[in-house]
Design a protein around this ligand. Sequence first.
Ligand code: CTP
Length: 411
Amino acid sequence: MTLPSKRILLIISGGIAAYKSLDLIRRLRERGASVRVILTKAAQQFVTPLAAGAIAGERAFTDLFDAVTEFDIGHIRLARDCDLVVVAPATADLMAKMAGGHADDLASTVLLATDRPILIAPAMNPVMWSHKATARNLAQLQTDGVKTVGPNAGEMAESGEAGTGRMAEPLEIVAAIERLLAAVDGPRGILSGQSILVTSGPTHEAIDPVRYLANRSSGKQGHAIARAAAEAGAAVTLVSGPVKLPDPPGMKVIHVESARAMLAAVEAGLPADAAVFAAAVADWRVAEAGTQKTKKTTAGPPTLSLVENPDILATVAKRKTDRPRLVVGFAAETERVVEYARAKLARKGCDWIVANDVSKESGVMGGDRNTVHLVTARGIEAWPSQSKEEVARALVARIAEALKVPTAPVK
Ligand code: CTP
């Protein structure tokens, strides 16, 4: 459970995407959250209060001037008795009302009366989304601190319409909620008291003093995980290969070049409660790196003889002493992603593998988005395509959940 005892107030406004909000309620409850639902008048054209209430496990709210609920709970309590307000779908109309500070129905009144963080998942026709008025309202909402998830591009419900305006998928909204609540929890957060070791970036394996073997890893995903863990309150040690990224704040960063130096830094960083091996470690190094620059000669190009580097993940996962309770590896694959990741889980002896498709078409290497599968002994979860920050926050939420079980190791 990634959202234990979190209280979400879900406001459903009137768009065809409202049907997906019923699934969102289910997904949130599965993760341990309680969900209270408000439907606008227009939303009730798409889903009924009965259906929303049945899935949420308590009656859904619809009217500002409902004598029963006003005495019973009241709109001010509705606005405050929650950890987060989520508006999904957020129509152009409701966004305009929020931006203007209107309060003429239960949804808009609660949105004005709340002092909790607000996340909106806009959904509307692409022309409405790209309209200047919507852009203006969105900019105002962002200035006011409202967070957004989506909308996505794709086919619209209206036949023949396509473009940006589809509501984010329920699992994307869940990931955004997890990330937001982890950030809100801050230093007293879900990983406070835990120590997390993270490797990130590529390694450089010297050929001679000026040349090296390397790979295309940017370190974005590993650094995002380290940052998300620190934001969640963990004591983080980041062992980073050569990257162009700044050191994330609030953690110990150790810079290394080669796989062997990375292993030494990792071992020096133990014990840790959990370790995440996101680095793209070079599998091989040159058997004997030159001490001087190798010169071109008439004898032709030199032959590089390679030897295998230590497998840092497997070395740590198989340790008898100081093995972190949770050891997480990454599997960068260009084909048969899940099948190879499963084999890697067994071979390396780690607890979880985050498998990602790094084929050229996926754009993952160096890009900002990632589509991963989480492979554990229990099975395989396909996560939606999301930013590397969102993957990091979702992974951190899962790690926090796993570390709550005090006995070792957690699977
Ligand atoms: N890894 C590591 N040390 C190495 C090689 C890999 O710690 N020498 C870790 C990576 O950080 C990652 C995982 O192992 O968490 C998987 O790395 P990957 O390169 O995808 O797998 P390999 O073991 O190299 O297998 P293959 O090359 O066959 O895909």
